[in-house]
Design a protein around this ligand. Sequence first.
Ligand code: HQG
Length: 189
Amino acid sequence: MDTKSLTETSKFLSYVLRHEPEAIGLALDREGWASIDALIAAAASHGRVLDRALIEQVVISSDKKRFAISEDGSGIRAVQGHSTPTVSISMQEKAPPAVLYHGTATRFLESIRQQGLLPGSRHHVHLSEDVQTAIGVGQRYGQPVVLSIEAATMHGKGQRFYQAENGVWLTANVPAEFISFTPASHGER
Ligand code: HQG
């Protein structure tokens, strides 16, 4: 299986499992699960040929471990990043490390200074434990910049944090007072 097909299929799966399941007439349950058989059938009826081997290959090779297959092997879901209102994954609250990072683009900084970090169309603001990941995330939107978030202080003041299966940290929003706009050192973890 070539990398291009895997990336293309991964993007398609992100689209239907995080954002627009209805675009192919697929139903996700509250926890975000779709039946793999139903996914294959729904995709086929919209002109995209998938099979189980391809889906498994995408799940295994995903650099960010974006998807999970259910224990009994019948279902698949995206582990974070949703915008569809039909999904609300139940997650355990977890105490975050002292500092987490958020990658964004310089053109958003002025607005972030004023409003803090907002989830946009997704369910949460996404944070990472390492600077490198945050740089990659920010690069998708332009000149990247990494913001340091005083996560433990926020948590101490009652803000809830969650960690998705793939390690991405999630929270509802980050008020500007907890954001350091000084570029994080790339030497940090
Ligand atoms: C920005 C990827 C203006 C925010 C990554 C970001 C992640 C504001 C953009 C996952 C703002 C939203 C999510 C404000 C936030 N004013 N801009 N007040 N508050 N923003 O894509 O975090 O590869 O919805 O900085 O790994 O970039 O898809 O969120 O630039 O985990 O698996 O608004 O997507 O994962 O963009 O990325 P997004 P994100 P995948």
